[in-house]
Design a protein. Structure first.
Length: 225
């Protein structure tokens, strides 16, 4: 029996370190579901590309900057960062082994294969909070695309990333004058205040209209020099 075109088809289902993760195809779209909650799909990608572009533009021409992308997701941010030669280095931290597998040898390779083959790209399989606490590496930009953003997280442990302690770890990973960019499923004035309280400057929000509902948002801030 052939599945209807408009019925989601599960391509892979795994029990990961933080619960169940599912990759499914719905028509032409690929979707990632975590613990029964929709996280993202391949329908658009405008806000993920804005995440990378806005961070780069805010660096004001810094030569060959290095970026850390938190969360591989469906690969839009990585693919866009690798397109062209603007970034000198691209590190992606992803904690779900299944997501990395879907990019390296699965359906999501259609988005990320070229970026993964780029010598500037490095994939780190780790929880971002733990990585930031332990690493001595620093970056010119930190772009977070974790969960649904600071306003509502599907995985409870991700809350710590947007807490004062988590933001302090993010600031330590940034070089002076480095840019912090955070994707969010909705604008959050409260998070803007949290960023200012954490010592970031030039805090602002860029919005991306969506077909239905509230716009996606990218929160931007700068670590003081």
């Amino acid at each position: 029996m052939t599945a209807r075109y408009d019925s989601p088809v599960v391509l892979d289902r795994r029990e990961g370190p933080y619960g169940e993760v599912v990759l499914r195809r719905h028509g032409t779209l690929l979707q990632i579901i975590a613990n029964g909650c929709f996280l993202m799909d391949t329908s658009d990608g405008r806000s993920e590309r804005l995440l990378v572009d806005a961070a780069y533009d805010a660096l004001d021409g810094r030569p060959a900057p290095e970026v850390l992308i938190g969360g591989l997701g469906v690969g839009f941010s990585l693919a866009h960062a690798a397109a062209g030669g603007r970034w000198g280095g691209i590190t992606v931290v992803e904690r779900e082994p299944a997501v990395v597998d879907w990019h390296r040898a699965g359906p999501l390779a259609e988005i990320s294969a070229k970026a993964l083959a780029d010598p500037r790209t490095r994939i780190v399989e780790a929880d971002l909070v733990a990585y930031l606490e332990e690493t001595s590496d620093t970056f010119d930009a930190l772009c977070l695309d974790i969960d649904n953003g600071p306003g509502w997280t599907v995985t409870e442990s991700n809350d710590g990333l947007y807490s004062p302690a988590g933001l302090a770890s993010c600031a330590r990973a940034l070089r002076p004058g480095g840019v912090f960019a955070v994707w969010s499923a909705e604008p959050s004035p409260e998070f803007e205040g949290t960023l200012r309280n954490a010592g970031f400057r030039q805090v602002r929000t860029e919005e991306v209209p969506v077909a239905r509902g509230v716009p996606d948002a990218v929160h931007l801030a700068v670590r003081p020099g």
